[in-house]
Design a protein around this ligand. Sequence first.
Ligand code: CAA
Ligand code: NAP
Length: 246
Amino acid sequence: MTKKIALVTGGMGGIGTAICKTLAETGHTVVTTYSKSGREQAWLADMNGLGFTDIHCYQCDVADFAACQSMVARIVKDLGPVSILVNNAGITRDASFKKQTKDDWDAVIRTNLDSVFNMTKPVLDGMLEAGFGRIINISSINGQKGQFGQTNYSAAKAGMHGFTMALAQEVAKKGVTVNTISPGYIATEMVMAVPEDVRNKIIAQIPVGRLGKPEEIAALVGFLSSEHAGFITGSNIAMNGGQHMM
Ligand code: CAA
Ligand code: NAP
């Protein structure tokens, strides 16, 4: 595996941390973003303690296009061009549509969907020039099947895959692949925020009988970002313990 620069948004969260570890284990230079400052030094110290030293973090609100552009320019100047982009940052603001506010809608669409434009735009030209690139969008089972209380999130996550399919066609000839991963319910803070009684009912609907592990999603990101995955593009790969089969 040739060493590359991999940029993972939201890399200090549950799934993001596992993705950063996998990409670092594969030998890449890993760059991640965070929006709320305060825990980045501790997170970096943990990573260094695990032996991952070529790992870097930058503060950036992925919902802000100008901030993404200037962050990518700094990364390119400090480290070099980005070859692997994992659009992983995301939030939920769950409420039935009756109770959902315009702020809930805007926050989720901006952070989960606008961010995909905001981050892909500044890295894509470098990938096309290099003749190699991997873009992996972390969507959700709920973008595939919908979910009570998530009109905003389901719309954003379904939109991510529309983006994937269109861009995959535009850049396929230049060695750049674009894929979506749609995880089911994975044991992170995002799922632990669902009320326990509701969460238990959801787990009961998963044939495998448990929540997924962040490392399981990370392993798939590792494969999709590799040189072996050059024939996979425009795909939406589900990993949901059998909860939703398409
Ligand atoms: N299906 C059908 N009816 C449902 C329902 C469901 N899944 N959930 C709630 N209802 C019904 C209630 O029984 C109640 O009915 P009555 O009025 O007849 O009594 C009514 O809807 C309540 O509606 P409210 O608007 O008052 O809803 P609420 O305030 O009780 O909360 C909710 C609703 C916030 C959506 C809550 O049910 C919830 O948190 N659900 C989980 C949503 C979810 O799965 N989120 C995923 C988060 S993790 C993630 O997003 C990661 C990922 O990608 C997988
Ligand atoms: P998480 O632990 O809550 O992590 C989310 C990450 O996103 C955090 O690192 C957070 O960083 C970052 N983030 C949020 N808003 C941001 C913003 N405006 N700018 C930059 N970064 C921002 O969630 P997770 O479970 O790991 O989820 C990761 C991704 O997987 C999300 O896109 C989520 O929708 C998706 N997903 C999760 C599940 C699941 O079951 N957990 C299932 C399917 C899909 P800060 O704290 O610094 O803001």
